[in-house]
Write a protein that binds this ligand. Structure first.
Ligand code: ADE
Length: 257
């Protein structure tokens, strides 16, 4: 898959997308990331990219002529969708990442400090995405978040296919807790069942802990997900154990279990 990013700060992308899993996948040719400087498409001698908003008000707006010149030059005659990163966009999710991972190419537009001209949003942008309900200084970090989340779903990018299968969100539940050696650490023990070698009990323990975490941290995920008979039964046990009724959700970062 190919990602193109249009930005005023190309240097922001070198570290995060050059290291670790994504860096290696790029070296192996499993994906490519091309970074384009929007300023290179400004024609005046000062290479101006923005201007004051019509109607007045604070801040600056990215000029449509410069940005569209950049988009059209990068897109060429391909039909790659153009995504604009903005807090006003649709909330990015694992589901959207999986949809985007089906595409051969994606063009990401990252604004910085300022908005882009509305006419570009309406006529050149296909989708607007937000990575969460908070405001960052620009779309660069969100663009990297989208690239990372999509890239790791591409065939061959993660070493073992199984690391995709079990993880949080892949099946609509949060991940179960993991432990490794030593079995006793500062007098804290690994749950007995995990040392038992009893595969069926381990599977049920993990499913229960996955459901527990989801119930306590993200009960909203359980509202949209169909539950198997076994999952419903475990959930009833958990609701009993935690007497969840009336629990206030999202009051702060949690340390629940
Ligand atoms: N640009 C600034 N904040 C953003 C956010 N939360 N998501 C996407 N783009 C952004």
């Amino acid at each position: 898959m190919r990602f193109d990013v249009l930005t005023l700060f190309p240097e922001m992308f070198t570290g995060p997308l050059g290291a670790s899993i994504i860096g290696k996948a790029r070296e192996r040719g499993l994906l490519s990331v091309e970074i384009w400087n929007i300023r290179d498409y400004a024609l005046d001698k000062h290479r101006t990219v923005d201007d004051t908003p019509y109607g007045g008000g604070a801040g600056m707006v990215l000029r449509p002529d410069v940005l569209v010149r950049a988009i059209e030059a990068v897109r060429g005659d391909s039909d790659a969708p153009v995504v604009y990163l903005t807090p006003q966009g649709r909330l990015f999710s694992q589901e959207i990442a999986a949809e985007l991972a089906q595409l051969p190419r994606l063009i990401l537009v990252a604004g910085h400090y300022e908005e882009i001209d509305e006419r570009v949003r309406q006529h050149w942008v296909d989708w607007e995405l937000s990575i969460g309900d908070y405001v960052l200084t620009g779309g660069e970090l969100p663009a990297m978040v989208v690239i990372d989340a999509v890239a790791r779903l591409l065939p061959g990018v993660l070493g073992t296919e199984s690391s995709l299968q079990d993880e949080s969100f892949q099946d609509g539940l949060l991940d179960y807790p993991q432990y490794t050696r030593p079995a006793s650490f500062r007098n804290l023990q690994v749950p007995e069942v995990l040392l038992s070698g009893h595969h069926e009990q381990i599977r049920r323990f993990r499913l229960k802990e996955s459901l527990r975490r989801t119930l306590l941290r993200r009960p909203d995920l359980l509202q949209t997900r169909a539950l198997s008979a076994e999952e419903s039964k475990i959930l009833t046990e958990l609701i009993e154990e935690h007497s969840c009724e009336g629990r206030v959700n999202g009051s702060g970062p949690y340390q629940d279990d």
